[in-house]
Design a protein around this ligand. Sequence first.
Ligand code: EPU
Length: 421
Amino acid sequence: MIYKVENNTKLNGTIKINGSKNASLAIVVGAILAKDIVILNNVPNITDIHDLLDILRYLNCKVDYNDHILKIDGRNVVYKDLRIDKIKKLRASYYFMGAFLALFEKVNICKPGGCNFQNRPIDIHLNGFEKMGAKIIETDNEVCISCDNHLKARQINLSFPSVGATINLILASVLLEDTTVLRNVATEPEIVDFIMFLKKMGANIDGEGTKTIIIHKNNRLHGCTYTIMPDRIECGTYLIYGAALAKKLTITNIISRQVRSLLSIFIEMGIHMEIRENEITIYETNNLKPVKIVTGPYPSFPTDLQQVICPLLLKADGQSMIIDTIYSKRISHIEELKKLNANVKIVDNFMLIDKSDKLIANTIKCNDLRGGAGMLLACLMSKGVSYLTSAELIERGYQDIVLNLSSLGVHIERIIDNEKI
Ligand code: EPU
């Protein structure tokens, strides 16, 4: 898919943020542990969710998704081989490892796909399962996990606070007969939301949002109704679009404290805004100051927003720098920006961004979801008509982005047939 983009106006209006993609992905898989009926509100209508729901149907779950409300009936969930193509389509499919170990004490699964901006190992997940007594056979593309004896509750120290490994180990532990302690876990809000959901299903867990999580023994899970938190990365994305292009843009349905690291950068840059608990308004600002951004685990600046903010930094008076300590090779957007006449370069692992106020439209490519969202902003900042290819990657994580931008005054068109440009 291609987006044809031209922008001659300042963005003006309001955007309502959807439910969190990454919280939803974990929660949807977690729902099968109840073997009951779970109703989830505020589930975003994005392709990653639809791909996950196809896997649930394959596992004999009944799924009904309408108007952001998802009903999962997992009463007849069955064990199946997960060496199937759908697993390769998205990253979050690795949560079936933890969920299957909890339900069936075994899983044969393809390695996950999703945004492959660099090698994304899953050794911390697998080491954790091994410590719980699982036997692992790993090839380049598949993982087979089984237990000679039952899976055991353990005390596990993660070598790095991985979001996915934290959630996967919670999934694997939540039905065990003894207490599990996970240390050096990730503290991202999506993990807190995931644990709040498990608690609503009856789990007894302590420590969410801290570096140590305790999963108490003998949890008996049951169905529930739960509302997913707002997407802080979607929120951050539109805030950045606003900082670059808005006359006045209000972002609603958010939890402002979850984007604190971005707001601190905005303050340093001198961006005019009004911050309320669940709503932020961004005003047109000139004379932006350059900044240095270092990504890190929450509450540091999120890696998922560094590619998005990169084009905004082209407007600052001086040289800005981005260092992604989570994914040091998440840099393919830099080459695309150069095609728009941007003054950007990579020195070692530093992305250096100099003021470039004459961006010129061109045909550029989305290489991954967040990079795509950044390139869309860059196209909107360029003079003329740009074509953004592989734009379907953006729709893996941003619901209605074309409709939203159109409502703010942008000329943007979705071209399904590549031959039309
Ligand atoms: N890591 C390992 N071994 C592991 C797991 C992680 O070395 O077993 C390393 C990674 O290579 C990376 C760091 O640890 O350098 C952090 O990775 P993490 O496991 O936290 O990432 P993830 O769980 O695979 C989730 C999000 C990503 C987001 C990262 C970081 C989901 C489905 N994905 O990935 O979201 O970038 O956390 O916050 O929740 C996106 O939404 O576009 C996206 C890529």
